[in-house]
Design a protein around this ligand. Structure first.
Ligand code: GRF
Length: 207
């Protein structure tokens, strides 16, 4: 059984998609051990409680300095014997001490087709604003492994979504969530849980 920690900062619709996929059998051989958030007000924590898994608040604000927070995050994951860390709308930069401990065992969902509209400052609605400003006709979502760069890790899966002429950042964000994020994040977790994801450098093969 793959032991997962899901790290969240906001509403947690991707977390919900993972929980639903476990319940419906779309994800097998994996369980959520803990949901960790930096934000006490994150609705994602409420979703975790309702689902009956640990909802852990771990905020840089509650630690004397960043180093102390970074180590607390690593220790929380190590103590729970986590196999896979899933970043599902987690707005804290994951520190090198965690990335090194969990090499190729941390995945992130990003709401564009990387390498477009990603990198520092490209999160949330900004991603979709940039895509619309550039006038792209397709956007989408990417699930990738997390390395020490921002959105630079090996790409595991991508799904394209049509941009419509009258889209706003909000309508595009919603369509990408529904058609791509909530689909490919559970798919990738199921593949990892069943040992079907192989990494060699930047290249990922499935199956
Ligand atoms: C999603 O758009 C995800 O791609 C991004 O943050 C958002 C999180 O939404 N990284 P939610 O909290 O899962 O609803």
């Amino acid at each position: 059984m793959l032991r997962m920690a899901v790290l969240v900062s906001g509403g947690g619709t991707n977390l919900q998609a993972i929980m639903d996929a476990i319940d419906s059998g779309k994800i097998t051989n994996a369980e959520i051990v803990t949901v960790i958030s930096n934000n006490a007000g994150a609705y994602a924590l409420e979703r975790a409680r309702k689902y009956g898994v640990e909802a852990l608040l771990l905020s840089p604000k509650d630690h004397p300095d960043r180093e102390a927070f970074n180590l607390a995050l690593r220790d929380a994951l190590v103590e729970r014997e986590i196999d896979l860390v899933v970043l599902a709308g987690y707005l804290v930069v994951v520190p090198p001490v965690v990335i090194r401990e969990f090499e190729n065992r941390i995945i992130n969902i990003h709401p564009s087709l990387i390498p477009s509209f990603c990198g520092t400052g490209c999160y949330g609605l900004h991603v979709h604003e940039k895509a619309l400003d550039r006038g792209v006709k397709v956007s989408g979502a990417t699930v990738h492994f997390v390395d020490e760069g921002t959105d630079t890790g090996p790409i595991i899966m991508q799904k394209a979504v049509e941009v419509e002429q009258d889209d706003t950042p909000q309508t595009l964000q919603r369509r990408i969530m529904e058609q791509a994020e909530w689909v490919i994040l559970p798919q990738v977790i199921d593949l990892i849980a069943n040992d079907k994801v192989h990494v060699a450098g930047k290249k990922v093969t499935l199956g």
